[in-house]
Design a protein around this ligand. Structure first.
Ligand code: GLN
Ligand code: ZN
Length: 762
């Protein structure tokens, strides 16, 4: 019999039960026992889903109350000193304080850093390693969950972040090689595995996605050593690699002294044959055959064609799984009853993906005839998708084919544009601006809810949004900002807002995906050629411009961000989808310019995040990402100023591409790094204008004038001051008005103070 299993499931529940339970607990409205009750119920439901789908083993340990990397750190006793943990069991509130800085009990301390899990939009908490870090088994949650699963009649497969991946993701606080800590770390992993074995756990899955990265030789060698030590500790070990091809790590992976290997056959289908050839004849091969990162129904016939020879070769040693944990897709399609009925049958969420695995396993075991109907249904959906006129739009195709190189170039080089823009905009030196959004107040959100529920008319909704815009403009005028924004009151989200107005996007009602902790996003689904049936932002922006003599920035989300924060179609390269989005944005920018808008910002906060994990793929990605941005923004006149904004970005390895975007102004997040991020721009002699963020918008604290003056002086040591702008790190939508006004007043004062010694621009 061919086993099916999953590396993990989404945690939140279809109604985001976990979110509400967590937030209730943090606010003191629910007890820890109530929170644990919700968590237990969710786990029970998720195990039942797996066992109903035909999984012999259910995943235990993939669930987390906040983050699985944090759970692993807690188990290993890696708690930074500032949390005052004195050994013994790391309790729930200590975990929450590490994650959020505070919890119902314990002294607040600054939270651990959070960053993206490989190239996904899931954020994990970065483990911090002190010099001479010690490790000790310090949290029993996994063992308790194993008992819980057993009590419900399941066979648990324990899921853990593997030791090499955990260590790779950790940050050494000091000058030492963290790999040196491996020997101290492994005995605790050994203890955990021994405990699991004593509980009767047959399999433990150790996630080692770093096997899909370019690894230094020392790390590659460490794999052999580590797993040699762990193999005898207890259960059979399955090392799980995903998010890409193994490539130069392939021999390391197949030779590991463990009982099983999981590979990602969705992102690396061509490697599968090689893996099977080299895998020793005793090992289980888990093939990640349905896409754990995307929402499309699998091509079951293609999968069977690939799996049949493997089944013949491996027999029962072949297991089937999603390519990676299903954490990255929504849980269940069934509740999406209001969804676009044509698109819905093309999709498979986590529950449906388990069903697909079951169909494949049955076909391999009992022959295709055993699942004729299921295969036919799947094929029909696939064919409907391929043939749908909603997927292919000949007008878009023709436009794409007709793109000329000059469409991606501004009419004149930057120095000429700069002169034209100065003459037109008449800005002072060190011009002040903001990144786009102003506080999304409870009143704004209530208006949106009322409008969507039909409780207020469109006219009433728009009137309320115009009032918000008017207020934002008044505040900015009063504070003396130089380039204004309309404040984005009418936008629920910077991706969904545009997706809803573009052809080729579909939406779900419950398609939540965890971003971090209790926070979820509901990514749109790009299913077809993207086109812009009508202007999207022009009416709002021109209204805002009509209220002021100062320049009003048009505000758009860029092609890479619209693509990366959606579920992207898998039937054409990302590049093609990005170019289609770029054309739609190009039209929008054209319309904004024609309506008299002089400054237009195209946000690309996901630009860095979409960078391929392996160095080999990066040039290609950067080339099309730059091309898409330029295609969107190059159709304007010299005197129209194009801004872009990026945040959470490390720029060192992409600075050349950033320069190639040829935006007239880029605003970036730098306040927390103390302007160090600017070094990349200075070293590269970045040619255009830069607005390094002078204060961190993530905190409600009002920044002091003096602190911002200092930061600007630091910036001016790196970037010529004629090319510096003054702005916060990012948009202000999560802030409240009073602190926003106070912070911006200080920011304007800081800019003015620095303007004095120099003559005004001109
Ligand atoms: N214009 C957006 C805003 O201000 C940019 C958000 C972002 O960079 N993530 O909210
Ligand atoms: Zn930002």
């Amino acid at each position: 019999m061919t086993h099916i299993h999953t590396l993990g499931l989404p945690r939140m529940g279809v109604q985001r039960e976990l979110k509400w339970a967590l937030e209730g607990y943090w606010k003191g409205e629910r007890t820890a026992a109530e929170l644990h009750g919700v968590a237990r119920a969710l786990r029970a439901r998720h195990w039942a889903l797996q066992s109903e789908a035909g999984c012999r083993y259910v995943a235990v340990g993939d669930f987390s109350l906040y983050d699985h990397v944090l759970d692993m750190s807690a188990r290993l006793g890696v708690v930074p000193a500032r949390f005052g943990w004195g050994g013994g069991e790391v309790d729930l509130d200590t975990c929450f304080r590490m994650a959020r800085g505070r919890a119902p009990s314990g002294t607040p301390a600054f939270a651990c850093e959070m960053t993206k899990w490989f190239d996904t939009n899931y954020h994990y908490l970065v483990p911090e390693l002190a010099p001479g870090q010690r490790f000790a088994l310090s949290r029993q949650d996994l063992f308790e969950q194993v008992e819980e699963a057993k009590a419900l009649g399941h066979r648990p497969k324990a899921v853990l972040v593997g030791p090499l991946t955990w260590l790779w993701l950790a940050k050494a606080q000091g000058d030492f090689d963290k790999l040196d800590l491996l020997d101290a770390l492994l005995p605790v992993y050994g203890q955990i595995l021994a405990r699991l074995a004593a509980q009767g756990v047959e399999w433990a899955q150790l996630d080692e996605p770093i096997l899909a990265l370019d690894l230094p030789q020392a790390w590659r060698s460490a794999f052999q050593r580590a797993y040699h030590l762990l193999q005898s500790a207890g259960p059979k070990l399955m090392v799980a690699a995903y998010f890409g091809a193994l490539e130069d790590n392939l021999m390391t992976a197949v030779k590991l002294p463990v009982a099983g290997l999981h590979v990602d056959a969705v992102s690396a289908p061509d490697e599968l044959g090689q893996v099977a050839d080299w895998l020793p004849a005793t090992k289980v091969l888990s093939v990640g055959v349905v896409d754990g990162r995307n929402v499309w129904r699998a091509d079951l016939d293609a999968a069977l064609a690939r799996l049949t020879p493997l089944r013949a070769k491996l027999g029962e040693r072949l297991w089937l799984a999603p390519s990676c944990s299903l954490l990255h897709v929504p849980l269940d399609l069934a509740p999406e009853t209001d969804m676009d009925p044509e698109v819905r049958p093309w999709l498979a969420f986590a529950v449906q993906k388990l069903d697909e695995l079951a169909i494949l396993a049955r076909a391999l075991d009992a022959g295709r005839d055993a699942v004729t109907e299921a295969l036919a249904e799947s094929l029909a959906a696939l064919e409907a998708r391929r043939a749908s006129p909603r997927v292919t739009n000949p007008v878009v195709r023709a436009r794409l084919a007709a793109i000329r190189p000059e469409d991606g170039r501004r009419a004149s080089p930057y120095p000429e544009r700069e002169a034209a823009q100065r003459a037109r905009l008449q800005l002072p030196s060190l011009p002040t601006t903001t990144i786009g959004s102003f506080p999304q107040t409870a009143a704004i959100r209530a208006s949106r809810r009322d409008y969507r529920a039909g409780r207020i008319s469109q006219a009433e909704y728009e009137a309320r949004m115009r009032a918000e815009i008017r207020h934002a403009v008044e505040v900015q005028e009063r504070l003396g900002l130089d380039v204004l924004v309309h404040g984005e009151a009418e936008r629920n989200d910077m991706v969904e807002y545009f997706g809803e107005q573009l052809a080729g996007f579909a939406f779900t009602a419950h398609g939540w995906v965890q971003s971090y902790g209790s926070r979820c996003v509901k990514p749109p689904i790009i299913y077809g050629d993207v086109a812009r049936p009508a202007p999207m932002t022009v009416a709002w922006i021109t209204y805002a411009q009509s209220l002021t003599q100062k320049p009003m920035k048009g505000m758009l989300t860029g092609p890479v961000t619209l693509l990366k924060w959606s579920f992207v179609r898998d039937d054409q390269p990302w590049r093609d989808t990005a170019m289609q989005i770029a054309l739609a944005l190009r039209d929008e920018i054209h319309d904004l310019e024609a309506a008299g808008i002089q400054v237009i910002q195209v946000d690309e906060p996901a630009f860095r995040e979409a960078l391929p994990l392996r160095a080999r793929g990066r040039d290609d990605y950067l080339a099309w990402a730059v091309q898409a941005f330029r295609l969107a923004t190059s159709g304007v006149k010299d005197e129209t100023q194009i801004h872009t904004h990026m945040c959470y970005s490390e720029f060192n390895d992409i600075i050349a591409a950033i320069a190639e975007l040829d935006a007239d102004v880029i605003t970036i997040e730098t306040a927390r790094s103390n302007m160090e991020l600017l070094d990349a721009f200075a070293d590269y002699e970045y040619p255009n204008e830069i607005g390094p963020g002078v204060y961190d918008i993530h905190s409600p604290n009002v920044p002091e004038i003096e602190a911002m003056v200092k930061l600007l002086q630091k910036a001016a040591e790196r970037i010529p001051r004629e090319r510096l702008w003054v702005n916060p790190d990012c948009g202000l939508k999560t802030r409240a008005w009073p602190e926003t006004e106070a912070a911006l007043a200080n920011m304007v004062a800081a800019a003015r103070r620095l303007r004095q010694p120099l003559p005004e621009r001109f």
